[in-house]
Design a protein around this ligand. Structure first.
Ligand code: HEC
Length: 122
């Protein structure tokens, strides 16, 4: 009888040990996957924001403000300034001809906030 109890205890312990050694790497890879997903989403929102900067901002900056032509490489470092000019002071896009749609405002905001989290995260 005692041997039987010992056997059951041993079996259930080894089962527990096994299951946690299976579960741990699984949980880890889930965490890593969700990191990948948020990086991929940030990357997507950045690409969308770049299209807007390219179409609605660079078209003019290329002629009238050559020091601020946005690229995928430099745009993150401009995020604060873009926020200030577009959302706070509402000076940009300059003039009456170029307007942003509400979707474009939203996409810019999504990029700006994700570029902030990335900077703090680094
Ligand atoms: C029709 C022309 C024009 C368009 C369109 C335009 N800009 Fe500008 N932008 C300018 C000019 C000219 C300056 C420099 C003089 C000034 O600050 O007014 C400038 C300056 C800026 C600055 C720098 C301000 C500072 O801190 O000195 C930022 C940031 C900026 N623009 C962002 C944008 C963004 C983002 C967009 C698109 C959503 C945009 N601009 C669209 C003409 C334009």
């Amino acid at each position: 009888m005692i041997t039987l109890v010992k056997l059951i205890v041993t079996i259930s312990f080894s089962y527990l040990a096994n299951s946690s050694s299976i579960a741990a790497p699984l949980a880890e890879s889930k965490v890593r996957n969700s990191e990948y997903v948020s990086i991929a989403l940030a990357e997507r929102s950045k690409e969308r924001a770049f299209q807007i900067l390219e179409n609605k901002c660079n078209v003019c900056h290329e002629r009238r403000n050559r020091r601020r032509v946005f690229t995928m490489g430099n745009m993150d470092s401009w995020a604060e300034k873009v926020y200030k000019q577009v959302f706070v002071k509402k000076r940009m896009p300059k003039g009456k001809n170029i307007k942003l749609t509400s979707n474009e405002y939203q996409d810019l905001l999504t990029w700006i906030s994700s570029s902030k989290t990335n900077n703090y995260g680094n």
